[in-house]
Design a protein around this ligand. Structure first.
Ligand SMILES: [Ca+2]
Length: 163
C-alpha cells in the first residue's frame, strides 16, 4: 500500500511538474505565437543565461524560422534541470563544443567565460549576495571545489525532499 501511495505521489508530482513546465513556456511566449524567440528564451529561470549560451542553443537545437517549439523547449528544460545526468551533460557538451571537435578547447571555454565576464560588473558582484562565492571560484581552486561540493550536497538534500 505504501509503495502504491509513493508511486501515485510521484506520478502526481511528475504531472504537476509537466504542467509547470508548460506554464513557464506560455509565460515566456510574450508575443503569443506559440514559439520562443531568443529574446523570449533569455528570460528563462532567473533571466541570467548568457547570450553566448542562448545563441548556441538556437544554433544546435531544432528550430523553425529561428524560433523554438515546445518539444525543443522541453529538451532544453530537462537538460537544465538535470545537469548531473549523463544525457544532460551530453546535451550541454554538444552546445559547448562549438567547432564539434569532441573535446572542449581553450577557444570554447574562453567563448563562454568571456560572456560571463562581459555581463558581470562590480555592482552585480556586490548586489548578487553571492559575491564572496563568485570571487572564491574565480581566484582559488580550493574555493571552486568547495563550491562544487556544496552544490552536490544541496542537490542530495533536494532529492530527498521531492514530492
Ligand atoms: Ca513567441
Amino acid at each position: 500500500m505504501k509503495h502504491y501511495q509513493r508511486m501515485l505521489k510521484k506520478l502526481i508530482g511528475f504531472q504537476l511538474h509537466q504542467l509547470c513546465v508548460y506554464g513557464q513556456y506560455l509565460n515566456l511566449d510574450t508575443d503569443h505565437n506559440g514559439m520562443l524567440s531568443k529574446a523570449e528564451l533569455s528570460r528563462y529561470g532567473t533571466g541570467t543565461l548568457t547570450s553566448a549560451f542562448i545563441e548556441r542553443v538556437f544554433q544546435e537545437c531544432l528550430t523553425y524560422d529561428k524560433e523554438m517549439d515546445y518539444k525543443t523547449y522541453l529538451d532544453f528544460v530537462l537538460a537544465m534541470e538535470n545537469r548531473r545526468e549523463p544525457q544532460a551533460l551530453q546535451y550541454f557538451f554538444r552546445l559547448l563544443d562549438i567547432e564539434q571537435k569532441n573535446y572542449l578547447s581553450v577557444f570554447d571555454l574562453n567563448y563562454f567565460f568571456r560572456a560571463i565576464q562581459q555581463q558581470m560588473k562590480a555592482h552585480d558582484l556586490i548586489q548578487c549576495g553571492q559575491g564572496d562565492t563568485v570571487v572564491s571560484i574565480l581566484i582559488d581552486l580550493n574555493g571552486f571545489w568547495t563550491y562544487e561540493n556544496r552544490e552536490v550536497l544541496v542537490a542530495d538534500n533536494n532529492d530527498e525532499c521531492e514530492v
